[in-house]
Design a protein around this ligand. Sequence first.
Ligand SMILES: Cc1cc2nc3c(=O)[nH]c(=O)nc-3n(C[C@H](O)[C@H](O)[C@H](O)COP(=O)(O)OP(=O)(O)OC[C@H]3O[C@@H](n4cnc5c(N)ncnc54)[C@H](O)[C@@H]3O)c2cc1C
Length: 601
Amino acid sequence: MAEAIEKDVTRGGQFLVKETLCEDVFTPEDFSEEQIMMRDMVKEFVDKEIWPNKNRFENKDYQFNVDCMRKAGELGLLGVAVPEEYGGLGMGFVSTMLVCDYISGATGSFSTAFGAHTGIGTLPITLYGTEEQKKKYVPKLASGEWFGAYCLTEPGAGSDANSGKTKAVLSEDGTHYKITGQKMWISNAGFCSLFIVFARIENDKNITGFIIENDSANGISMNEEEHKLGIRASSTRQVFFADTKVPVENLLAARGEGFKIAMNALHVGRIKLACACLDAQRRVTSGAIKYANERIQFDVPISSFGAIQAKLAEMAASAYAGESACYRGAKDIENRIKARENDGASHQEAELKGVEEYAIECSILKVAVSEDIQNCSDEGIQILGGMGFSEDTPMESAWRDARISRIYEGTNEINRMLAVGMLVKKAMKGHVDLLGPAMKVAEELMAIPDFNTPDYSELFAEEKEMISKLKKAFLMVAGSAVQKYGPDLDAHQQLLMAAADMLIEIYMAESVVLRTEKMAKNKGRENIKEQIAMAQLYLYKAVDVVNSKGKEGIASFAEGDEQRMMMMGLRRFTKYSNIPNVVSLRETIAQKLISENQYCF
Ligand SMILES: Cc1cc2nc3c(=O)[nH]c(=O)nc-3n(C[C@H](O)[C@H](O)[C@H](O)COP(=O)(O)OP(=O)(O)OC[C@H]3O[C@@H](n4cnc5c(N)ncnc54)[C@H](O)[C@@H]3O)c2cc1C
């Protein structure tokens, strides 16, 4: 049974070497009625409670942020991912992402509080807690009676998260640990009731996780709120523990397992963060469209200018691609969780392994979508001109809020390295066969190319061929780099960054093309010409990235004939037979946006 399921489900990272059919990807068009109801409820909550009060968040009204969190708790939204037996709604992974997406669009202050609480503040207990720990803490966290925070980062331990100096010392009678140390940048610290804290016992190689109740009488103190570029009403403080007593039963999982807990909570955190950027992108795009339609210069709305239309089209295409990739990834995780449950695993174990399996995709999504919202809000400001720079319009806060997404949950540099590193590891372990396909690409390069003109009459025939060629380009570059450097590849960070960019663009472009192909089959291609244009536009840009990053990578490690051969391969793998008219694609997309006066996909 397990074997059969394993064969059906595409494994993490396998998208590179296994053809995915459009019928096999989940898309936002596939939401169930229940999911649509949930989405509409969340939208209503945000439109009523959060969006109209944006200035309160920008004016650092921390208490208001907490009040909104309580209201979200009353609506059950803090317990979406929590199993019903612990007071949650026990909804599937996709629904969890859906809530995270639509709840996060109005302000990063609320989305950070929500994400830190429901993700890294609660998940370590639901994923790793004992039955007693879960019964004691999770219902309170799911209802919003208590809020959680996650204390991993320290002044000397940021990206190098396992290097923390916070100590945990077991008492002589063996009943409790005493925790001493300094944590910094702790989201929700100012109002949380519980901390997940990582500390080192003796000279252990790895840190250990603890659940610590917030009690100032127990050696816990804090600095004032940090003053930040964005997410201004999100509480962020330094937290100090001085001989803070923690009963031994509050140790999470086992001694020395803290780093594993921290990393696994972060995998979920990363895909959640990607989803949390989606509705912000939709709102920013809609705001820019509305403004462009209203703003008159040279006697016409600025939306009639090609320069503005190009920006609107690019913004919409990247939001559409982000949605396509996030929900594809979320459903793959959900399927994997279900398969493991069917195979007898507990929900806890299934969720852990399910998410871990797709850690590569989680990193890809985090990087791609956090950078898309940054670019999108930047262009949003540009479309609004001087007004975009003013605090009176929501563009500048969207831009400031977007900035943090590239830093927390692992910086985008760390996530880029992780994505490629994890892929190479999976290949070494035999979980994903990259070597075989990479060797085939090498053979193909030596053979005489096929000069026949293929039949591209079917929708996306050329685009899908292009995606498979981009995969070959990645396999050629990454395969040769691994051969060249072996385990020393880690030391060649610029090469890893370039390879990661290729990988990211391939996943995103494939997701957007597959979503649109599926849509065309259901709705008819004549009815979705703008979506087709967005998929083609996104792919066109992805091809450019793969080409330029591929060149950069090859030139960094290959010389002479080898370099010439690979450069020739790269040209072949990034060559369109019919170069798309991107100007016309952008016009098609922009016309629709302008007539609908909002992001409408
Ligand atoms: C608003 C906010 C909220 C946060 N919330 C939390 C929270 O709730 N809990 C928590 O534990 N932490 C939290 N953090 C901390 C956050 O996760 C860290 O800031 C982040 O992991 C980066 O660590 P750092 O700031 O020490 O930067 P550093 O690790 O010092 O990195 C600085 C730069 O160096 C780069 N770099 C570092 N190492 C490498 C490497 N090996 N190779 C290449 N480049 C490298 C980074 O990518 C970055 O560009 C929060 C931070 C902020 C700003």
